[in-house]
Design a protein around this ligand. Structure first.
Ligand code: G3I
Ligand code: 9MR
Ligand code: ZN
Length: 573
């Protein structure tokens, strides 16, 4: 039953009962909404296996419930990721702006959604501003818009772990808490910061105009750059005087579920435990990011830009002598590893970004000597991710007009062929998502977002409606058009998930979690005990998700997962 007594009001002594339907998870819409001119699809999945398919749907206005559009549902198709029998409601022809819901008679109604040219503006604001909420080394206060979402200064008690090869004090400020934990990791901070800087480079015109309501908002610089700089400053503090960059700064174990300012475990710089103590993947990611920052901040703060470039070239020099120092947790340290067997892809990214910024032949030579080893990293599966950044290296070579025609052409071709395949596959998926069976990993929602980013890079090389539509399809999935009818971004959409594995959200005593955070998403790995307890091993991969605080393998949030989402939203604005 989807009927509930909505309200009762007294009219001249008579009690008038107004019945309204409550939304059903059987109908799946993007709870944020759709652009007026874009395709608009919703999904319907009968909830009981015996329930019959339906034939028709209508689009209605929440005020007055009048129908403004009606259409037919497609025949059901079985989705092998979820075992859902999916029917599609296509209302692309409906182009009015406003608030609406979708109704299927005898079934119920969807959550509300909006159609408008600026429909994704707030989504961009919340997801990008979430980085402010993750700030470390400072107090944070989300302000009157989110009363009570605040914490005092955190993690300024630093130092070095014995594995870092150094002793004494270490300035511990800046940076973003990685995820639901309070660690700061260069590898993960690297791809995150790189992705966000790229969002600025590609779509800065729109991002520039949007205030994020930050402490720095009045300084005349774009807020997206203001926020990114918070992490750049921390990354700079992780570079040793020899140019190498330590892997991470965390406590030696994860703290309890307490607010950041209550966490008194020292936040120490962690190294590899043996000379040279710094790791190559971290140093190379650092070099890439600092090279990007050098060109992006030049216009606004030439001194800072110079500092970034110098840091990048020093890191590059260190890499020449230490190309493959990998990292794994030293004894006594149990926080996140972000370990990676090979740093060649990170080094290629560093070379490509340094070339794009400086045009110096040395970087071009390195790139041309190595890019062929990574050409196949641009493919229809496995988009860029923290352990594999080679696609970013290849894309930036083309975006920055890297000199070699043959290399640029090979990259372009790979990129377009991959995007063609992804767009086609997305169009054929019953839920219209790019994910393949093997993409359901820890952080699968970010894989979906990274496919969208990959498609949008391809769209930059050669504008293509199919690429853009497929990129939006993954977004719709994340914002509610999925098996759970959940928006996987906190406080966004009427039925957003509520229990992220996120220490501030769990410890602050407030009802709703901190806003703008993307959940990791379905993960058949079930690496935490909550998932193991609540989900049987034969649950379909796309259903391997529970909205539970303890379920870190499917419901944590992370800065590198939010970043490709911000990228897509920056494009749509
Ligand atoms: O490297 C193998 C690869 O060879 C294999 O093909 C693939 C198949 O599943 O697995 C790969 O390893 C995976 C690894 O990520 C690299 O992608 C592991 O299975 C997978 O368990 C691992 O998950 C990572 C997780 O930490 C556990 O280490 C996530 O990517 C990563 O996002 C997550 O990061 C954590 C930090 O450690 C701590 N802070 C929170 C953050 C988010 O949960
Ligand atoms: O909170 C931690 C989360 O950020 C990590 O992704 C996860 C996997 O490394 O570990 C979480 O911490 C848990 C720890 O691993 C085991 N004891 C319980 C901790 C909190 O649930
Ligand atoms: Zn902190």
């Amino acid at each position: 039953m989807n009927l509930r007594v909505f309200s009762a009001c007294l009219l001249g002594g008579f009690s008038l009962q107004v019945f309204a339907q409550s939304p059903t998870i059987a109908i799946k819409v993007d709870q944020v909404g759709y652009l007026p001119a874009a395709p608009k699809l919703a999904m319907f999945v009968p909830q009981a296996a015996s329930a019959a398919p339906r034939k028709a749907f209508s689009i209605r206005k929440p005020e007055g419930n009048s129908a403004v559009f009606s259409g037919s549902l497609s025949d059901p198709v079985l989705d092998s990721d979820t075992n859902d029998s999916v029917q599609i409601a296509d209302f692309s022809e409906f182009k009015q702006t406003g608030n609406f819901y979708l109704q299927i008679d005898g079934v119920g109604r969807s959550w509300n959604f909006r159609i408008a040219p600026d429909v994704f503006k707030r989504a961009y604001y919340l997801t990008m501003r979430s980085y402010y909420g993750q700030r470390c080394g400072t107090e944070v206060n989300l302000g009157s818009e989110f009363p009570g979402y605040r914490h005092g200064i955190c993690h300024v008690k630093g130092g070095f772990d014995p594995s870092a090869g150094k002793a004494g004090d270490h300035a511990s400020a800046y940076g973003w808490h990685d995820a639901g934990d309070y660690g700061r990791y260069v590898v993960n901070g690297g791809i995150t910061t790189g992705t966000l800087l790229w969002a600025w480079e590609l779509y800065g015109d729109s991002a520039d105009k949007l205030s994020l309501n930050l402490p720095e908002s009045a300084n005349g610089q774009p807020d997206i750059l203001n926020e990114i700089r918070w992490n750049l400053e921390w990354m700079l503090s992780m570079q040793d005087s020899d140019g190498g960059v330590w892997h991470k700064q965390t406590s030696d174990h994860f703290c309890a579920f307490i607010m950041p300012d209550r966490d008194t475990l020292p936040s120490v710089v962690v190294g590899t435990g043996a000379a040279p103590f710094k790791s190559s993947c971290a140093t190379a990611d650092f070099a890439a990011v600092m090279a990007i920052a050098a060109r992006d901040y030049r216009r606004f703060d030439a001194t800072f830009a110079k500092r970034c470039l110098q840091a990048a070239t020093q890191a590059w020099a260190w890499l020449k002598n230490n190309p493959n120092v990998t990292f794994k947790n030293p004894p006594g340290v149990s926080t996140g590893d972000y370990g990676d067997r090979s740093c060649g892809d990170e080094e290629l990214w560093a070379a490509a970004e340094l070339l794009r910024t400086t045009k110096q032949p040395e970087f071009g030579q390195y790139f041309l000597a190595h890019y062929r080893e990574y050409l196949d990293s641009v493919r229809p599966v496995n988009p860029q991710s923290w352990p594999m950044v080679a696609p970013l290296a290849l894309y930036t070579y083309v975006l920055g007009n890297g000199g070699d025609k043959e290399a640029a052409e090979a990259i372009r071709q790979k990129t377009l062929a991959a995007a063609d395949a992804i767009a086609l596959r997305t169009h054929q998926h019953p839920y219209r998502i790019s994910l393949t069976a093997s993409d359901y990993v820890w952080g699968s929602n970010a894989v979906a977002a990274n496919y969208s980013m990959q498609l949008l890079i391809a769209n930059r090389f050669q504008p293509n409606t199919q690429y853009r539509n497929a990129a939006m399809d993954n977004l719709h999935y994340l914002l509610g058009r999925n098996s759970f009818s959940l928006s996987w971004v906190t406080q966004l959409g009427e039925n957003a998930f509520r229990h992220p594995h996120h220490r501030p959200s769990a410890a602050d005593g407030l009802d709703l979690p901190w806003p703008g955070l993307l959940s990791g998403g379905p993960n058949p790995g079930r690496q935490d005990s909550v998932m193991k307890k609540l989900l049987s091993p034969d649950t379909p991969r796309g259903k391997m998700y529970v909205d539970q605080t303890g379920a870190y393998a499917c419901n944590e949030v992370a800065i590198n997962w939010n970043a490709p989402l911000v990228f897509v939203l920056a494009f749509l604005n």
